[in-house]
Design a protein around this ligand. Structure first.
Ligand code: NAD
Ligand code: UDP
Length: 336
């Protein structure tokens, strides 16, 4: 297949491109490079032996998108492009509505004009909101607690309405839980700008000595060790889920909302302990107050992905910790 990958130079998109190219698909990446480096392209080529086509553009640019679609027919789109920082979305909601909602609308309009009606969309477990009970099934109520989550839900609804219009649309909205880790080669990985907000990149930077210690946010949660529980998923497993979704859309029409998670909960201390053990390191840490807005426990019911896509995660928490650290060590300052 020939796949248009928006946001393909980003963290998850780059891993998906590696899997797509390895499986023999043709890949065209579009990205405005607002949160990624063009060096990712050489790295993808280093792993796969194939360089994906790349166009620097913003998905809100209708004319630029038309030029890409006019240049050759795509079989499907994987739409990763977007902005993703929850706190920033509270401070600057228009940035989120513009990039994520308007950007998606512009992309889907261009796709419709060119009869490309197969879409895999990066959604998020944030659409479930804070009160959902884990394991969270896809039919749980949606109640996003911040503008970022609302933009993801609005795009899901756009896509659902397109499918309901009785057209040819075939859509998988994949609700990711907590993607972590890096390609096992250590050649591509997550390169956050500034001080990381998320647990795994923060732990890696403490391990590297770039940050002095980890603050564990909350030690009084009603969990076995008092720290909060999440569903961490290896980014390579996640990337492979997108290939499975593309295959699924070959056989099925309409809108499909599917969780991508392991179905297992891991506490902050479980993560820390595993990272220390597999990498033979100590991570200085101390317990601090809970982070506002954090849930106690969020993990997926992963049954639908298994049933619909025939997809299950294969990589372990130990793999996630080992691969994240390998990438960090080989690329201490990211893609420079
Ligand atoms: P990322 O920032 O590494 O990748 C996103 C890419 O999109 C970047 O390369 C960025 O430059 C590009 N981009 C942003 N706005 C754009 C625009 N208007 N036009 C063109 N390109 C644009 O993020 P990621 O972690 O790889 O996330 C990919 C997708 O998955 C996002 O939609 C994100 O919301 C979603 N998601 C991520 C997580 C996570 O924890 N990483 C969890 C759930 C969902
Ligand atoms: N966390 C932490 N210290 C940090 C960053 C995160 O204790 O420096 C905790 C956070 O409170 C949450 C878990 O690690 O319980 C995962 O946080 P992350 O931001 O990675 O994901 P999210 O909360 O968005 O699921």
């Amino acid at each position: 297949m020939k796949i248009l990958v928006t946001g393909g130079t980003g963290y998850i998109g780059s891993h998906a491109c590696v899997e797509l190219l390895t499986a023999g698909h043709a890949v065209v990446i579009v990205d405005n490079l607002s949160n990624s480096s063009p060096r990712v392209l050489e790295r993808i080529a280093q792993i796969t032996g194939r360089q994906p086509a790349f166009h620097e553009l913003d998905v809100r640019d209708r004319a630029a998108l038309d030029r890409i679609f006019d240049a050759g027919k795509f079989d499907a789109i994987i739409h990763f492009a977007g902005v993703k920082a929850v706190a920033e979305s509270v401070a600057d909601p228009l940035k989120y509505y513009s990039n994520n909602v308007y950007g998606s609308l512009t992309l889907f309009e261009a796709a419709a004009r060119h009869d490309v009606t197969r879409v895999v969309f990066s959604s998020s477990a944030t659409v479930y909101g804070e009160t959902a009970r884990s394991p969270i099934r896809e039919d749980a109520a949606t109640a996003p607690a911040n503008p970022y989550g609302r933009t993801k839900l609005i795009v899901e609804q756009q896509l659902g309405d397109l499918c309901a219009a009785g057209s040819e649309w075939r859509v998988a909205a994949l609700r990711y839980f907590n993607p972590v880790g890096a390609h096992p080669s250590g050649i591509i990985g997550e390169a956050p700008q500034g001080v990381p907000n998320n647990l795994m990149p923060y732990v890696c930077q403490v391990a590297a000595g770039r940050l002095s210690e980890l603050s564990v946010f909350g030690h009084d949660y009603p969990t076995p060790d008092g720290t909060a529980i999440r569903d961490y998923i290896h980014v390579v497993d996640l990337a492979r889920g997108h290939l499975k979704a593309l295959e699924y859309l070959e056989r099925t029409r309409g809108m499909h909302v599917i969780n991508l998670g392991t179905g297992r909960g891991t506490s902050v201390l479980d993560m820390l302990g595993t990272f220390e053990r597999v990498n033979a390191l100590r991570i200085p840490h101390r317990f601090t107050a809970r982070r506002p807005g954090d849930t106690t426990e969020t993990y997926a019911d992963a049954a639908r992905a298994a049933q619909f896509l025939g997809w299950r995660t294969e990589l372990t928490l130990a793999d996630m910790c080992r691969d994240a650290w390998r990438w960090q060590q080989a690329n201490p300052a990211g893609y420079v």
